[in-house]
Design a protein around this ligand. Sequence first.
Ligand code: SF4
Length: 309
Amino acid sequence: MPSHTVGNWWRRGAEDGARLLGLDGGGAGLMKHKTEAQELAQIELARRGAIQRNPIYEPSELIKLALERHGSDKVAVSWSGGRCSTVILHMALQICPDIRVFHTDHGVHYPETSRYVRRMAKEWNLNLAIAKPERTFWEIVKEKGFPKPRVPMDPKRGQSAVRTPACCRWLKEKPLADFRKKEGIEAFIVGMRAAEARIRALSMYQKGQFYLVKKLKAWKYNPIAFWITKELVSYCQANDVPISPIYKTAFRSGCWPCTAFVGWRDQLMRTNPKYYDFMVKKLGGQQMLDHFYRTRVEPPCHTERGGLD
Ligand code: SF4
C-alpha cells in the first residue's frame, strides 16, 4: 500500500476515532465494544502493511520460528494475566513446556487477575519470573498526573505523535527491559492484536507481525496479531483455557486505575464500585473527571495541590 494511503487511513481514523473511542461530546466516553466488522477492517489494514515486511505466520508457526531463530533459553512469553497473553502462553507451552515466562506485578492489577496469575503459575507449573517495578503507580501519578488517553496529538504524524504514559514506562517497559538485560533475552512473544485498537493496527501495519524493538534491544513476536475477539474466545473454549474471572464483568484486564483506557469509568463502575468511588475522589470529583476527558488537561484540584493526597 503506498504511504499516502495509510496517511489517509490514519486521518480518516482520527476523524471518526474520537467517536469510536467515545471521546466525542466532551464526556469520558462509555465503553464500546467493537463490532466484528470494525475488528476485521483494522486487521485487514494491519495485514496489508505487515505482509510487505515479512510473511504472515499462523500463531504456532510464529512461536516455533521465534524459538528456532533465538533458542528456547533466549525467548520469553510476556504474560500480563490478560486473555490475549494467556492464549499465547498456552500455545507456547504446547510447543515448549518449559518456556520462560515474564510477568510484572505492578500493584494495580485487578485483585481477580493477581489471584488468577498465582493460581495459573501453580496449575501450569510455569517457568515464571515476576518483576516488581522500582516505583508504584501512585508515586508516578503524584509526580506526573494520571495517564491520558492515547490518541494522536497530530493525526498527520500518526503513531509517532502518541506519547507513552510515564506509568507505562516505569511499570511495564522498564521491568521488561531490565529482565531482558539480566537474562539475555533476545525475543518476547506477546499477545498484541490489531483488532484491539487502531494504534495497535497501525503499529503492525508499520512493523509487521514480528520486529526488532531497537529501544528494548529485543524482538517482539505477535502470534495472534490478526485474530478477532471471537477467535480468542473460541480458542479458550476449545482448549479449556481458564481466563481471569475479571472478564465476567470487565471488557479488558490491565491496570484497574488506567485512565488512559477511555472506557475505564464504565468498566470500573461495574467491576468494582469501591475502586470507582476512590478514583473519582482522587481525580477531584465527577466534574473534574469530566474536565479531564474533555480537555485532557489535569484537573485543577490536582495541579493546585501539587499532587494527590
Ligand atoms: S496500562 Fe494504563 S495505568 Fe497501566 S501502566 Fe499503562 S497507562 Fe499506566
